[in-house]
Design a protein around this ligand. Structure first.
Ligand SMILES: C[S@@+](CC[C@H](N)C(=O)[O-])C[C@H]1O[C@@H](n2cnc3c(N)ncnc32)[C@H](O)[C@@H]1O
Length: 251
């Protein structure tokens, strides 16, 4: 009963935040116990393995492993496994999600953008000044497949060439709506047609004004790219595939 109430209140939140109807519908069906259990059963081994990796490498924050069953399913649905792909991650922190990508996608090259200074919600984290060295240490086994770009995401995007395109983009940097909108739009520009974008914390509510939370930016972004994307999955994160570039007369 409690979980039904939560599910409906989150769907109502998405609707108030101007989510596309299809997104709300996908969210509701992804939360069905049968669907959640099926994904956990199918991809449980990857989850267990990564949890052991997190323990063994003394990661101090795990904001990621709960996503693993869904990500494994996305890799399969979108054909991201076993081919040399280019991945862009905005927000790497100690490198947990990057390590997962490097382990699960052995042919992928991963570009990581971060200030390594933390986000608004990390103000009380005591070990913030050590996250960059933890990142460096954690990705060491795959260093030849990692490119590190340090700075605000908008600054790092400015250093990319127009021709730099990615097969998978993970948006998990600042969760303030203003920054999410910039990261999503810039990321979409650098996403290949057929490429996948995963946006974190779709349902996270943190700021005093709802308009500053990620859902408002993500839903606004979806309106701007109408006709150029297909939704793949909506749960706590939103996953889409780019299906078209902007119209050629854009100039
Ligand atoms: C939630 S953490 C990322 C977690 C990581 N993906 C993982 O799974 O462990 C968000 C990261 O975004 C970085 N960040 C926040 N605002 C940023 C910005 N404007 N540009 C670049 N990085 C930013 C923070 O330093 C922090 O490391």
């Amino acid at each position: 009963m409690k979980s039904l109430f939560r599910k409906l209140s989150e769907a109502y939140y998405l609707w108030r935040a101007d989510a596309p109807l299809r997104g709300v519908w996908m969210y509701l069906s992804s939360r069905r116990r049968r669907n959640v259990n099926a994904l956990h059963w199918k991809h449980g081994a990857a989850l267990t393995e990564m949890k052991a990796f997190v323990r063994d490498n003394a990661f101090r924050q795990d904001w990621f492993t709960h996503n693993i069953p869904n990500w494994m399913e996305v890799f399969e649905l979108c054909g991201l496994r076993d081919r040399p792909i280019d991945v862009l991650e905005i927000g790497s922190f100690e490198g947990l999600s990057a390590c997962f990508l490097l382990r699960q996608l052995p042919l992928a090259r991963v570009t990581c953008i971060d200030t390594w200074a933390g986000s608004d919600e990390h103000a009380s984290l005591k070990h913030i000044d050590t996250i960059e060295s933890a990142f460096d240490r954690n990705v060491t086994p795959w260093r030849d497949r990692v490119t590190k770009l340090k700075g605000y995401s908008f600054q790092c995007f400015a250093t990319l060439k127009e021709a730099d395109k990615y097969d998978l983009i993970y948006v998990d940097g600042s969760h303030h709506a203003d920054d999410v909108m910039v990261d999503a739009l810039q990321g979409f520009r650098h996403l290949k047609v057929g490429g996948v974008m995963i946006l974190d914390d779709y349902l996270w509510r943190y700021y005093p004004r709802m308009s500053e939370d990620p859902a408002m930016a993500i839903n606004g972004f979806l309106r701007l790219i109408e006709g150029r994307y297909r939704l793949v999955m909506v749960y706590y994160q939103l996953v889409l595939v780019k299906i078209a570039e902007p119209s050629p007369w854009r100039g």
